[in-house]
Design a protein around this ligand. Structure first.
Ligand code: SF4
Ligand code: SF4
Length: 138
C-alpha cells in the first residue's frame, strides 16, 4: 500500500498550486485595509485556455436562430423575439459550453472570468459583451 502511495505523494509535492491559499493569499496587517480592497486578498489565479468561465456574447454577430436556447440544459438563455437576440442568465448557467458549440456564427464563447458571484441577480444577466471580453473579472 505504502509503496503505491509514496510515489504519488512525491509527485503531488512537485505540482504547482492551482488555487489561492485559503482564506486569503495576501492578507495585509490591518483588517481595515483588507476590507477596503477585498479583491486584492485573493487575486485571480491564471486559467487555462480551455477554461469555461462566464459567457461572452457578441450581440451584433447573433442571427437569432435560437439554437443556443434549445440546447441549454439549465434554461439560462432567453430569446427576445422582438429583437431576435438572446440574453444570458449567468446565475443559472452551468458552464457546459454546449451553446458555444452549436452557435452557427460563434458569437458565444467562454471567457476566463470566474469571480462572478453577486448579491444582485440582475448583475449576472449578460446582454452584450462584444467580441473581446476574455480577461478575468475581479
Ligand atoms: S454554457 Fe451551457 S448552461 Fe450555460 S448558457 Fe450555454 S448551454 Fe446553457
Ligand atoms: S445560437 Fe448563436 S446565433 Fe443563434 S441565437 Fe444563439 S447566440 Fe444567436
Amino acid at each position: 500500500m505504502i509503496t503505491r502511495i509514496f510515489p504519488r505523494l512525491m509527485k503531488q509535492l512537485c505540482l504547482r498550486f492551482v488555487t489561492n491559499l485559503f482564506p486569503a493569499a495576501h492578507m495585509p496587517p490591518s483588517l481595515t485595509d483588507a476590507l477596503a480592497k477585498p479583491a486584492a486578498l485573493t487575486p485571480p489565479v491564471p486559467v487555462g485556455s480551455r477554461f469555461r468561465g462566464q459567457l461572452n456574447y457578441d450581440r451584433a454577430k447573433c442571427v437569432g436562430c435560437r439554437l443556443c436556447v434549445k440546447v441549454c440544459p439549465a434554461n439560462a438563455t432567453d430569446y427576445i423575439a422582438e429583437e431576435k437576440k438572446i440574453l444570458i442568465h449567468n446565475d443559472r448557467c452551468c458552464f457546459c459550453a454546449q451553446c458555444t458549440e452549436i452557435c452557427p456564427v460563434k458569437c458565444l464563447t467562454m471567457s476566463g472570468a470566474y469571480l462572478i458571484s453577486s448579491y444582485e441577480r440582475r448583475e449576472s444577466v449578460v446582454t452584450d459583451t462584444g467580441s473581446t471580453q476574455t480577461e478575468t473579472k475581479v
